[in-house]
Design a protein around this ligand. Structure first.
Ligand code: SF4
Ligand code: SF4
Length: 331
């Protein structure tokens, strides 16, 4: 219970939820205020019963709407990826396609169901402290857009169901892409949310060119805004990295307060915070999570973000291009 932050808003969690909160703050586990650079520590979305301090909160979350048939079905849909079989790695590597492995892998990701895909080198520092680094030098990160009208019902259960549907789609696509790579003779490991277990996906997605970090702590993509989920595949297939895509979302967030005003428990910091040695946008875990858990979902900040509204992102990209500093010219 001491781990819960006092919120400036009027919103409060139920006494039943307060009773299952641990003493430790989730912000402390996340490394808020730590100047030293370091890997992430697990704070939530671990259902093994022992590796997180917030197991009681996670159980409360899953038990709370257990009798809701719609939510049960949505969770079952999300878990379909776990039943998708991994194929063996072919004994010899296939010859490289004419346009190179990176173009072929990107195309395979789109054919597997992704709405966008990017590639970067995997960094050790994206692995949780209590898990081994996944095998593979490279990571292919994929984006899956929500139906905006359904996300926009947040925090209604329809938004939760939409998120489960997209996690299900993301999980299956990651499994398909990993199998596509294995069939061509390279090991590959699929990762999907929310129980990603061993790695952070957002830093990889930013480095792979899928967008920028927004003030609401989630990503902003130049076409989907904040209206998408992620999955990814690590592999040793020889790939080339994409460049990060800095199209002005970070700059836009510096003068926008739409999500901070819309967040019921007032969880979104107005200024960037230092988290494990990096200054970045940050959401107060001890304020956001209780609201999310009490309602079984949230995502209000994703839905209200101007970049998420259908038909808006293109105009904002054009507008921000006029405000971004020009890249230095090559000598
Ligand atoms: S998910 Fe909800 S509670 Fe959390 S930061 Fe976004 S709006 Fe606030
Ligand atoms: S609502 Fe505004 S401040 Fe919040 S993430 Fe979107 S653009 Fe940034």
């Amino acid at each position: 219970m001491a781990g819960l932050s006092v919120s400036a808003s009027d919103w409060k969690p139920s006494a039943e939820q307060e009773a299952v909160w641990p003493e430790v703050s989730g912000n402390a586990i996340n490394g808020l205020g730590e100047e030293a650079f370091g890997p992430p520590r697990p704070v939530f979305w671990r259902d093994d019963g022992h590796s997180i301090e917030h197991t009681g909160v996670l159980r409360f979350f899953y038990d709370r709407y257990r009798d809701n048939g719609n939510i049960r079905e949505a969770r079952k849909y999300r878990r379909r990826a776990a039943e998708f079989a991994d194929c063996p790695v072919a004994p010899s590597r296939a010859s490289e396609p004419a346009d190179g492995w990176s173009a072929a892998v990107r195309q395979a990701a789109l054919e597997a169901g992704a709405d966008d895909a990017g590639i970067c080198e995997f960094r050790e520092s994206w692995t949780y402290t209590d898990r081994p680094r996944p095998a593979g030098r490279w990571v292919v990160v994929m984006a899956f857009a929500h139906e905006y009208d359904r996300l926009n019902t947040a925090p209604h259960e329809d938004a939760y169901i939409e998120v489960m549907v997209q996690y299900g789609r993301a999980g299956i696509a990651a499994k398909r892409l990993a199998n596509w790579i294995r069939e061509r003779g390279s090991p590959a490991e699929a990762k999907t949310g929310p129980m990603t277990e061993d790695v952070l996906m957002i830093p990889a997605a930013i480095e792979a060119g899928l967008g920028e970090l927004g003030k609401h702590g989630s990503m902003i993509h130049r076409r989907f805004g904040s209206n998408f989920r992620l999955s990814m595949v690590t592999t040793d297939l020889p790939l080339e990295p994409d460049a990060p895509d800095a199209f002005g979302a970070d700059l836009f967030c510096q003068s926008c307060q739409v999500c901070t005003r819309a967040c019921p428990p007032d969880a979104i910091a107005r200024e960037k915070q230092t988290v494990r040695g990096t200054k970045k946008w940050y959401v107060d875990f001890d304020k956001c999570l209780p609201y999310f858990v009490e309602n079984e979902t949230c995502g209000i900040c994703l839905a209200v973000c101007p970049w998420s509204r259908p038909g808006i992102a293109d105009n904002l990209v054009t507008k921000m291009a006029r405000r971004l500093p020009l890249a230095p010219e090559s000598p």
